[in-house]
Design a protein. Structure first.
Length: 556
């Protein structure tokens, strides 16, 4: 926790953890302000956890959530009101501290404070508010006619897609001027969290410092994106800074929308409520599984699209396998509640999965969407949709529940000129080029191509985007096309996997001959691939531009 003092009454910092509240109390702070909406990051506790910890510590707490980069004048006024009302000194936090600093600066500007004084105070704390000052001086709008930085290729997102594209571009031409924009300090290997929740991996091996993974020669702009101005080839960042580009790649991932389910954020990580979709909760999944000797275990899947469509049932299979092996399975009632109408979207893999559904005695509940949860009361409510279009609310008890959160495109994407009507970046599904803005590409979970949202998909998409940018630059005359490939290693038991590999329209796209790995049957070799081979392929090949079994398909 790196606390930065802006004034005698206000200090700010990036993301803190719940245990830090006691440290803040000991440091003399009397109140905290949270400026980060729930669900922005993979290792982010929800605000209810902070509020409860602050109450225990005798501190006041106020939540003023601001969408990354979308600081409104109204938000700044609320921040100023909180500063007036809360006991001093106050500690405010967001992802990096920039949002909190921006809110303070805008409020000070609205109160008539001298702009040089605002700049000086923020700079002394390590925050550049020059863009905010330009916004204040420009009547509330950030001008994009001038830039704080300019790069030939700008990549939004330092996840699997963004870093892989940068590395693949440099593998083709290491003289390219590339910048990655991402505020996160930590990069996560999210496909490993299923195995963390199954007691196979330790969570720590799925996390590495972002600084160690940004390819050498790539500029890392540690900030969040606020808005896009494609007409000016500009991106506006938190703090109202402007970055200009010649070509843009968009790959920020998606948003886990925990708040859609009533009562969920208040009970995550306790009362038997868990999710492998959050770094800090996956170990809790395994703890619950180990300790459950009897009762009811519920696993949920929300409406599509979601990150890795098989992950909800992977958690169920690994949990059930543990109970099966230790003899507890007969005492545990397992229910799978799926908002969709089928177990898996590619029918060829369903027979093998059904064998395990029957082995573990799982009750399948289709067209059931989780809408509310009471953790202390160990009760969940689902909206059950009928074939006639009518719906009803059904209730079930649980001793443990694994929740897969509803998922959407990030807010700054959904409101941008890059998005389609549903909020996803609108691309050609073959070239991954934006349908309207010819110098923009997208890949990974955020774009609207009808493929599975998996890391394996991003591994195939990155070389396609890299090749097509090189074609746009004029370094090659051949374009590449993405075939919709995605892979979902369904961990049906510890030691065996049904390796689902498919492309657009559910077409099977196996990577190996059937005699080696038959994807329609559970395989020990596929488990070895998932547990031992794919993690180093991710860290050492994919993120370094080594396109192992991922060469782009050339179409012209």
């Amino acid at each position: 926790m790196d606390i930065k003092r802006i004034t005698k009454d206000l200090s700010v910092a990036g993301q803190i953890q719940v245990d830090d509240i006691e440290k803040l109390k000991a440091a003399g702070f009397r109140a905290i302000i949270g400026n980060r909406p729930d669900g922005e990051g993979a290792a982010q506790p929800v605000w209810a956890e902070f509020a409860a910890a602050a109450a225990r510590a005798g501190m006041e707490a106020r939540h003023i959530p601001v969408v990354s980069g979308k600081v409104r004048d109204e938000d700044a006024a609320l921040f100023g009101q909180a500063m007036d009302e809360l006991p001093k000194p106050v500690f405010a936090f967001c992802r990096t501290g920039t949002r909190s600093s921006t809110l303070w600066a805008l409020d000070q500007g609205a109160r008539g404070a001298a702009l040089p004084g605002i700049l000086s105070a923020a700079r002394s704390a390590g925050y550049d508010m020059s863009g905010v000052v330009r916004r204040i001086a420009n009547g509330g709008r950030t001008p994009t006619n001038t830039a704080d930085a300019t790069h030939d290729i700008v990549i939004i997102g330092g996840g699997a897609g963004g870093i892989s594209v940068a590395a693949s571009l440099l593998a083709r031409d290491n003289s390219l001027d590339i910048a990655i924009i991402d505020p996160a300090d930590i990069h996560y290997y999210q496909p490993g969290w299923t195995l963390v929740g199954g007691g196979v991996f330790d969570a720590s091996i799925t996390a590495k410092p972002m600084a160690a993974l940004i390819p050498k020669g790539v500029h890392w702009i540690k900030a969040a994106v606020a808005a896009f101005e494609p007409g000016d080839n500009a991106v506006i960042l938190d703090g109202c800074r402007v970055v200009k580009y010649n070509r843009l790649v968009v790959s920020p991932g998606l948003k886990l929308d925990w708040n859609v389910v009533e009562g969920l954020v208040e009970t995550l990580g306790r009362n038997g409520v868990t999710s492998n979709y959050r770094y800090d909760l996956a170990p809790y999944t395994w703890k619950l599984v180990e300790n459950l000797k009897g009762g009811r275990a519920v696993f949920t899947q929300p409406p599509m699209p979601i990150k890795c469509a098989g992950a909800p049932q992977k958690a169920m299979y690994l949990s059930a396998d543990h109970w099966y092996r230790n003899g507890a399975i007969g005492n545990i009632d397992i229910g799978f509640y799926n908002a969709g109408g089928v177990l898996f979207g590619v029918k060829e893999y369903v027979p093998a999965l059904m064998e395990y559904i029957n082995r573990y005695g799982v009750t399948l509940n289709f067209q059931h969407n989780l809408v509310k949860i009471d953790g202390p009361g160990k009760t969940a409510w689902f909206r059950k949709s009928g074939p006639d279009g009518k719906s009803e609310i059904v209730e079930t008890k649980f001793d443990m529940i694994h929740v897969t959160p509803p998922q959407t495109a990030p807010d700054f994407i959904r409101v941008s000129p890059l998005a389609d009507a549903a909020g996803w970046v609108d691309v050609d599904q073959g070239t991954l080029r934006h349908k309207t803005h010819a110098n923009i590409w997208a890949l990974g979970d955020v774009m609207n191509a009808p493929n599975a949202k998996t890391a394996a998909a991003a591994r195939k998409q990155a070389p396609v985007v890299a090749n097509n940018i090189m074609a746009d630059i004029g370094r090659t005359s051949r374009t590449a096309a993405y075939d919709g490939y995605g892979s979902c290693p369904l961990t049906v038991e510890r030691g065996r996997i049904v390796l689902a590999e498919f492309g657009y329209g559910g077409k099977l796209l196996p990577s190996f001959p059937k005699w080696l790995i038959d994807g329609e049957k559970p395989s020990r070799l596929a488990w070895l691939l998932k547990e031992r081979i794919l993690p180093p392929v991710y860290w050492q090949a994919m993120l370094r531009g080594r396109e192992w079994r991922a060469k782009p398909g050339i179409t012209g």
